[in-house]
Design a protein around this ligand. Structure first.
Ligand SMILES: NC(=O)c1ccc[n+]([C@@H]2O[C@H](COP(=O)([O-])OP(=O)(O)OC[C@H]3O[C@@H](n4cnc5c(N)ncnc54)[C@H](OP(=O)(O)O)[C@@H]3O)[C@@H](O)[C@H]2O)c1
Length: 340
């Protein structure tokens, strides 16, 4: 593919301003709070819907936002689903009368894609998937920039679906970063594939396996941790700015030779076959069904608790405590928070 291949992106100048009625953000967590604050700052008519007894009522009110009951939420012109995907079926039960010709906006395709939530025919189905967590969206907005987002109109019942979607994307800053088209099915598969194969599954597993290999052979746990994990950030930053080839140009000839002649074989035909299998579980709905059944049964991530006590994480804590890493403020590290 060459640099001239079409990749159509919409920017702020392509998006109208929001001139419509009330926007309800249902949920005040990671994305809900970030988006509500951007809308508030822009002077848009935004309120937050929260379930009865919600602990988020107080912080939302402290942020200057009006809180309404879910039963009122679907009367809005635009209803933004900012509750976890696996909670949407239950959350939808609390809605009252749905306003015909309104729009429902999802921040991820999962729940509508697999029928966990079934919007009525009379409402638009919109998707705006921010390409990062709520904190990144909010800080980009606050700095005058914006986080890119994938967008889709899946169903246009009102005849105003595109206009509303673009105006909303502009209001939360995403149009400054750029908007690219997708659809519910594509966004759901690609987002989960990326998380599982690379971001949250594959890369952490590779880092850990490499660390375990070194430590089992008698090498120092801290030295191995620094090499396999801490330096990853520096290389990822290079790839983020310049691509993989750009990163390769920035490393030594020795590193380059080793990477090409030896390292690339780590991802061999067996791993590629597993990536294809993983993709099939996402496309077929197998993953979605498994996650739905598991979350219904009450899932808790026991692995996270175990990892807090293991030698890999302990080595990491020593590495972060005893060395001064650029960009890592001590207070943030001590609280166990990342840069996001
Ligand atoms: N997190 C991300 O980085 C990210 C990135 C892109 C897209 N998304 C998408 O954004 C959407 C929201 O995700 P999130 O991570 O922002 O969610 P989240 O932080 O886990 O959402 C928490 C909010 O959802 C409410 N909630 C939970 N269960 C509920 C229920 N059964 N009924 C009513 N309200 C309920 C909570 O209510 P209480 O306050 O009462 O506890 C809280 O206000 C999802 O579709 C997700 O896939 C997330």
């Amino acid at each position: 593919m060459n640099d001239d291949a079409p990749f159509q992106v919409l920017h702020e100048e392509d998006c109208p301003r929001w001139t419509g009625g009330r926007i309800v953000i249902y949920g005040y967590g990671n994305q809900g709070r970030a988006q509500a604050l951007c809308l508030r700052d822009g002077g848009l008519p935004v309120v937050v819907a929260l379930r009865p007894g919600s602990p988020s009522r107080e912080p939302a009110a402290a942020d200057g936002l009006t809180v309404i009951e879910p039963v009122e939420a679907a009367k809005a012109e635009l209803l933004v689903w900012a509750v976890p995907d696996e909670a949407m079926t239950d959350a939808a039960k609390g809605l009252g009368t749905v306003r015909a010709g309104s729009s429902w906006l999802f921040l991820h395709g999962l729940a509508p894609r697999w029928g966990w939530i079934e919007p009525p025919e009379t409402v638009d189905i919109l998707l705006l998937a921010p390409q990062g967590p709520g904190a990144a969206l909010r800080s980009a907005y606050a700095s005058g920039a914006g986080l890119p987002a994938a967008i889709a109109v899946e169903h246009d019942a009102s005849g105003k679906a595109h206009q509303r979607l673009l105006a909303y994307a502009r209001a939360i800053g995403c149009a400054r970063g750029g908007l690219f088209r997708t659809d519910l099915a594509e966004e759901t598969v690609v987002d989960h594939f990326g998380e599982q194969a690379v971001l949250c599954g594959g890369v952490p597993a590779l880092v850990r396996a490499a660390w375990e290999t070194l430590v089992a052979a008698g090498y120092g746990p801290e030295t191995a941790y620094i090499e396999c994990l801490m330096q990853l950030k520096l290389l990822v930053d290079l790839m983020y700015k310049r691509g993989v080839e750009g990163m390769r140009r920035a490393v030594s000839p020795t590193a380059l030779f080793g990477a090409r002649e030896y390292g690339a074989a780590v991802i061999g035909p067996e791993t590629r076959g597993r990536l294809t299998d993983l993709l099939k579980t996402l496309e077929s709905g197998e993953f979605a069904a498994s996650w739905r059944a598991t979350s219904k049964a009450g899932w808790n991530d026991g692995e996270l608790t175990t990892e807090r006590d293991d030698t890999f994480e302990a080595a990491g804590r020593r590495v972060r405590r005893c060395l001064r890493w650029p960009g890592l403020e001590r207070s943030a590290v001590e609280k166990g928070r990342g840069a996001g």
